[in-house]
Ligand binder design. Structure first.
Ligand code: NAP
Ligand code: ZN
Ligand code: ZN
Length: 347
């Protein structure tokens, strides 16, 4: 076994603290890499505090990993020692079901192996995430990362990036569309960048008036403070699409009112509490309420290549790992500009 160290939560009530554990030895199809950077997703916080109700402990969070390959198994063809690579939210899947065959491993019928707070495909061996120094992952779930971008700022692409890229692509959001981005955090700011890159008119819908200048710098065309009644009303029936990245409970009906006829409200944010939707919100104007979960492996690679080509990375605040608990508190206050990334050299 390989000795690893990281930061873990021992239960839903404790803060993250240093923890030593073991990773499996490199198998024929495995890639071992030193983790250089790991982004901090709001899903880490939801899971560390067991807000979704399916947490297993001890938990080493982190599913936005970028690192450098140190060892490869005898059969590995896709990666070599010295390569810069990434791993997102999944580390394995069955590969044979209908969804896996279509590159939709996130919907694997057997349940994919999540990077942490989950089990390998044997459904017994716990997985541990990227708030750690080293990992071992099957080559098929290891992505190629261009070295020409700032690697710390690439890390958040592995979750925040693909989670917003995938639904915008699926719904073919682009020129001639009016896109609303609800919530300007880790996911939201990537949705702005992709929406702009795809040619849509992008409006940020934010509860934080102080983010206006940043939103416009990111490329947004408009900024609406959702708490300002007049501003809110001014975009009634306006959007073709809203991508909803809000992490906390909110009233979906209110935002669906902002959609034009045939408009689509895309949920990617995952508040722990269920919401009430009035059917009238949808039937008036033939509106759709849809969801999306990260993205499959082929599309994640496509997104990384797109970002390398168009020079797209995340806006980050690089932190020492000892400051992770403070970072969580700031995230809860919507005080992230716009993704915390852990520098694993500080571990
Ligand atoms: P984040 O960086 O904390 O951003 C969330 C943003 O939502 C905040 O910055 C804030 O933006 C807004 N917000 C927060 N609380 C709010 C409230 N009470 N009312 C209104 N707006 C509020 O989080 P993230 O990492 O982007 O993740 C966002 C959500 O997506 C989380 O629930 C996460 O678990 C989920 N997620 C889902 C997937 C998926 O595959 N579907 C993948 C990754 C993450 P403003 O200040 O602009 O209002
Ligand atoms: Zn995430
Ligand atoms: Zn499958």
């Amino acid at each position: 076994m390989i000795k690893a160290k990281g930061y873990a939560a021992q239960d839903a009530k404790s803060e993250l603290a240093p923890w030593n554990f073991e990773r499996r030895e490199v198998g024929p199809h495995d890639v071992q890499f030193d983790i250089l950077y790991c982004g901090v997703c709001h899903s880490d916080l939801h899971q560390v505090r067991d807000e979704w109700g399916f947490s297993i402990f001890p938990m080493v969070p982190g599913h936005e990993l970028v690192g450098k390959v140190t060892k490869t198994g005898s059969q590995v063809k896709k990666h070599k020692v010295g390569d810069i690579v990434g791993v997102g939210c999944m580390v394995d899947s069955c590969r044979t079901c209908k969804n896996c065959e279509q590159g939709l491993e996130q919907f694997c019928h057997a349940g994919c192996a999540m990077t942490y707070n989950g089990y390998e495909m044997d459904k017994k061996t716990m997985t541990f995430g990227g708030y750690s120094n080293v990992t071992v992952v099957h080559e098929d779930f290891v992505l190629k990362v261009s070295e020409k971008l700032n690697l710390a700022a690439v890390a958040p692409l592995l979750c925040a990036g693909i989670t917003t890229y995938s639904p915008l692509r699926y719904w073919k959001v682009g020129k001639g569309h009016k896109l609303g981005v609800l919530g300007l955090g880790g996911l939201g700011h990537m949705a702005v960048k992709f929406g702009v890159a795809f040619g849509a008119e992008v409006t940020v819908l934010s509860s934080s008036a102080s983010k206006k200048e940043d939103a416009l710098k990111l490329g947004a065309h408009k900024f609406i403070v959702t708490k300002d009644e007049e501003q809110f009303k001014s975009v009634t029936g306006y959007f073709d699409f809203i991508i909803d990245t809000v992490s906390a409970e909110h009233d979906y009906n209110q935002y669906i009112m902002l959609l034009a006829t045939n408009g689509v409200h895309i949920c990617v944010g995952a508040p722990p509490t269920p919401s009430q939707i009035s059917s009238f919100s949808l039937i008036m104007g033939r509106k759709s309420l849809v969801g999306s979960l990260i993205g499959g492996i082929p599309e994640t690679q496509e997104m990384l290549d797109f970002c390398a080509k168009h020079n797209i990375v995340s806006e980050i605040e690089l932190i020492d790992i000892k400051d992770i608990n403070t970072a969580y508190e700031r995230m809860l206050k919507s005080d992230v500009r716009y993704r915390f990334v852990i520098d694993l050299a500080t571990l």
